[in-house]
Design a protein around this ligand. Sequence first.
Ligand code: ADP
Length: 476
Amino acid sequence: MKEILHIATECYPAAKAGGLGDVVGALPIYLPKHGINAQVVIPKYKNKWFAAQKWKTVYEDTLSLGTENIVFKVQKLQGGTINFPFYCIDIPGKFDRASVYLDVDGTGFKDEPARNISFQRSVLQWLSAAKIKFDGLHCHDHMTGLIPFFIKHCPAYKKLKNTPTFFTIHNGAYRGGFAWNEIIPILPEFEVAYSGLLDWDDHVNSLATAIKCAWAVNTVSPSYMKELMRDAGSLTPLYEQEKKKCQGILNGVDTALWNPATDPFLDGHLKGKKWAEFKKHHKTTLLKKYGLKSRRPLLGFIGRLATQKGADLLMTSLEMSINKGQKFSAIILGSGDKAIEDQLLALAKKYPDQIAVIVAYDEALARAIYAATDFLIMPSRFEPCGLNQLFAMRYGSIPIVSAVGGLLDTVPDIKKKGNGLVIAKLNTKEISSTVERAVQLFNNKKEFNALREKIVGLDYSWNKSAEIYAKLYHSF
Ligand code: ADP
């Protein structure tokens, strides 16, 4: 068995802000049967989950971060709440907060550089001193993107120098770009001759550094990698330069966790293949709870209220469709951009029996929405993989998607014998006319039921992708 350590800032159920948490919490479960023993380390947050677990401190050390001296602890989870060896790092003053990334005002924590650097340095200090030896370090997104550089070029971690590093890009738009003068005081000592590896556009760019220094790089869908090669803003030439070690590996679904027959978040389960009963139960409950009109298709949206997710386009499109007399109800769950939140809430106020908007991050409600809706809409401007469309299909909700990234790889249009409805061109008019197509499809019961039957039988589990990751680990 090869030992791989996943280093990330999220892992479901410990801490999740989006798809990264889903992936880090699921992939390790599917690797052992391919000869990989995967372990995970994330920062210790101050939330209910961490407080409820039993921990054993396995390492304690001091980290000097600029003028600060921080005493950190590496703790190993005791008991079986997570199905793989799981560690957290308690870094007082940096991660003992309830939220993963966001401050109370909804914006990112201002001390992000110190948080990212303190976590990465603590991990490497621990690994350099510990007896346990890993055959590979797998870093996720820019928050852990400096690790491949640190182990190559920092004398303090020279013991790890020859350890292969893997880097997964869950979202290439976030780069961890910091001003040199802000970050220099908190970086570990490194070989100055290699400082160019840290630099992109005159900043320390954690994502660019990872792409340059990791042994292998992947995005979470093949199409997203192609898109980044074509246009990743100022990073486009870098992807081109490093393309030999880059690939796209599609995310999967943890089918044990996302199972309509057993999901503990749901108050009613799928029995056998009685999909109509299952969907009706959840749809009726949700329509009643939010006072929405029945006997119409129910559309759902779940996600960060950000321009990436097209949440801004959605509100205009839905209003356009309502004005055209389209008969549907919609439920929107999300949080994020304050302006989008307010506009969506205003829309719900204007059409209270057609549109419900819940500004929150609510795992149980998200699952109820996947179970209740006839369609799940994702008008994303870009989508590295997108897991929502996979969860939706598993829970019998037909995806309506834009033609980008992982959505393109997983949801071909029904016109091409596919699994959902594709918004041909991303603008409000096209979104609105795709909603119209959805309403028509809903009213054509034979076609609608056949499509539902098809999507619930598709296999988007981790099995295939876990094998690809395992091959990658074995190749070094
Ligand atoms: P992201 O770009 O945010 O990582 P993904 O599609 O990869 O998007 O993953 C989204 C994950 O986050 C899914 O598990 C989805 O159900 C969950 N999610 C997003 N927003 C919310 C919310 N407001 N409440 C509950 N779950 C949410």
